[in-house]
Structure formats: structure tokens, C-alpha cells
Design a binder for this molecule. Sequence first.
Ligand SMILES: [Zn+2]
Ligand SMILES: [Zn+2]
Length: 547
Amino acid sequence: MKISFLGAARTVTGSCYVVDCELARFAIDCGLHQGNRAIELRNWDENNIYLPESLDFILLTHAHIDHSGLLPRFVAQGFGGPVYATAPTKDLLGIMLEDSARIQETEAKWRSTKKLRAGDPPVEPLYTVEEAQQALAQLQIQEYNQTFEPKPGIRVVYRDAGHILGSAFIEVWIKESGQEQKLVFSGDLGRPNQLLVPNPQTVETADFLFLESTYGGRNHKNETQSRDELAQAVDYSYRRGEKVIIPAFAVERTQELLYSFYLLRQEGRLPADMPVYVDSPLAIKATEIFRRHWDYYDHKTKELVKQGENPLDLPNLRFTLTTDESRAINTSSKPAVVIAGSGMANAGRIKHHLRHNIWKPGASIVFVGFQAVGTPGRRIVEGARSVRLLGDELSVKARIFTIGGFSGHAGQTQILDWLSHFRNPNLQVYLVHGEHSGQKVLAELIREKFDLTVHIPDYLDEYLLEKDGRFELTVRPTLAAPRIDWEYLLEETSTKLTQVQDRVSYLKQMGQTNQVEIRGDILDINAKFTSILSELLFEQKQHNHQE
Ligand SMILES: [Zn+2]
Ligand SMILES: [Zn+2]
């Protein structure tokens, strides 16, 4: 039996593991690769590594796009088998895959216009809305804790991973040559004591565990005071007659926030005349799905629902679907809470709300999720005095809150706690879904604490899964190494430089802090170019010498 790591290996996106055994070839997850250009090229599968038409079935852990986003493409390329998922996952995919397809179509259209102008052929989208709909038709609902056999000789059980509504980790038993081996795929493992979803279930045995390691390198900060901090932001802006602006992801994060506001209201910490707006069509649809699947909530929340309560509702909750409604929020001068996407303030309606509020001393901006380098969210969190949004240079005068307790992933200690339930000493652990630096830290801790064998597979690595700690490794380095289009890349660099040069007069008009910051960035770029050039000159000398 062999496993191939076709994504989320030494990185966090593109989760896809393919198992080849005597009885079948199947995949666990088929996520979209997200990040830089080289990583995103993997979505196009130019090396033909997925071979979707030869897959017998797919097991999906949960609805997040980095675990499910390639499904429409697999189907378009000939995968005709069943895709197993829980009921909430199926419904969430209904909105998320279509949304993802729409983004792909828009992007392709935009690129095509540019290409056509240059006399080049147009660009195809990675997949279309129609293909997303076809993929959805192949989904089959699988409930937690029930054994099923996608193929005779392969038994599967879904367990609650406590990450988002309907998320699962998966136990798989495979018979081969009269022997049975057990594989466990953690999917994304939830943070214990999350609002809404139950704590992750635990397992006691496995021969091979494929364990996520997003927070392998660290724990979450101030998890327990999250609601108090949210209350502080509400109080601060309410007293000053201003708004609380919260950039948040549409699925799970927004619903947890709603639940937190519901609790704040019960505790008398959310004024009745302070409306809470959810200003995101995707978040609104996701919230409807959550409400429908209340039986997947944790015990405490279910009890609330049984008593006739709706923890995702508030008397002063407002859903704004249209852009007109969205705009109207900012024409009102009354205090309010506004939840909108994107979570990192680099796209979507949140940018408008920030533009209207970030310069007001009485407003609050509340960050509840991870802010990636290069996003406006990251700049604000790191204390920038001004930010550029929608073409305006905005002074940051609002109070900034960064709240740690809304993460959907287990922190380092929590991963180790979950792992401590395994009892068999010959368990082999494969760390996936994490940055390599954090994975190395976690691997060392697992070896120290539990004395287990730990592997950190790389992209496209293949492992033979054998009992008693034996394994064999085959790497395909030529495929794994990205092929680089240097001409294209350098043209992009040169275009960008020209664009900056054309705008020097605006650069000079910026605030002093910003000018100094940008100067620092450009000095960094210059330094990198100097070091690249010196390497190239060395290479050139060697080359001339040989000739
Ligand atoms: Zn996830
Ligand atoms: Zn994930």
C-alpha cells in the first residue's frame, strides 16, 4: 500500500492524499492550492499527478476550500465516483464551490481581456459554476460514527473533528494480503472549547496517523478572554457613538462571532440599540446552513436550541445582501457592529467599512483571525499609523483589537493532547498541513513525549505504508521542483517597477511614516537584487571559464 502527498505537505493549502492499495485508488480531500504563483500552478496539474479518472472515491474531511476546492476540476477531468462528506459539509460546499467557481470565472475573464489585447489566446477558468454544480451531484452524505464500506475490504468511519460545522477526521481500515492496517486522517483539528462545535473526538489506535500541524510551532494567545475583549470594543465605540468593524471569514468565524454577541446580549454587554450587521452574502447563506444543522452543534448549544433559543440570532441582527444595503450602513451615524469579509481586509466589502471608520478615534477595528504578510490587516495589526485602502491614504485613529480565541485550529499543546489518546507504541506519525518550521518543532516534541516515529513528507513524496515501522520513500524531485518561466516573471517585475516610477509624485505626497516604510521595502528589494546579481555574475564567470 502506497500513499502520495499531493498537497498540504510542508505547507497548509491543497490538502490531498492519495492511497493506492490492492482494492482501490482513492483520495482524502482534494483542496485548492493557495498562495504564491508557483504554488497556485499546482492546481492546473500539468504533471498529471492526480489522475482523477482513476480514483474510485474521495473522502472529504470538511468544506474549507483548501480541502475541497479542486473537486469540480476532478469531476471535469473524468472523476465519476462518489464523494463522501457529512450533511453540513455537503450544504456548505453547495455555496462555497459555486462561490469559488465564480471567482475562477471572473479572474479568467479579466486575464483573457488582457491577453486578447496583447494578441494572445484567452485564458480558461480553472473550473466553471456549471462544473461545480456537477461535482455537487456526486456528494454522498455520511454520518459521524457509522462504519461504511466504499469498496469491499475498505472500512471507513467519520468522527467529529470539532473544527467547523460538519468537519471530520477519518478512520480507514484497509485489508491487503490478508492483513488489515488502520490509517487515521486528522483533517483540520479543532481548538477545544470553541463556541458552537463540539470538542474533537479522540482515537486510541492507528498504524499510520496523518496529523495536521498548522499551529505545530506555537499555542494560541489569550484564548479565554476573547468575549471580554469583544465587550470592551463594543463599550468603547458605543460610548463614543461610533462603529465596531470586524473583518471575518464567512464560514464558522462569522457564526462564532454571532454566538458571542448573543451571549454578550444575555450578559447585558451589548446595547439594544446597537445593531449587528452581517454584510456578506456568503456569510449570510452560511449562517442559514448552520441554523438548519443545529443538531451538529455542541451539547450546550443544542440545549439552547431545544429551549427555543437561537444562538445565531439577535433582535438587532441585520443581514445586508445588496450593495445598496451595504452602503446604507455607512450613511447612518449611529453606533453599530459590522461583520464583513474578507478576513484579512484585502478584498470584499470590509474595505469600504474600514475606509469610512478607521480614521475615527471612537471606532474599533477587531481582528479575530490570522493576518498574512502583505495584507492591509497585517499592517494595521502591526501598528501602521496609516494605510492605503481603495485609493485613499487613511490615518489609523480607531482603536485596534486583536483577539486570539476565535481560531478554528488546535494549538501546539492541544494537538499533543489529542495525540496522547493513542495507545499503540508502534504508531507512525506523518505531519501534514503546516509550515515546515513549525512542523520540525512539533516533530521533536512528539518524539520526546511519546517516543513515536515521525515523518514530515514533502510535496509529491510517496511512502510505502508497512507495519512494524518499516517504510520506503520515493521522491520525484524533477516533478516537485517548480518549472519557472523566467521571462514572464521578470517582465512582471519590470512592469511593476515602471508603475511605481510613474507614481513617484504620489509617493512624495504620502505621510512621513508611510514614506519611510515604503523606502525600507524598496531598500530590501534593492538588497535582494544585489545578492541575486552577485550570484549570477559568479555563475557567468564559471561559465566563461569553462568555455
Ligand atoms: Zn479547515
Ligand atoms: Zn485546512
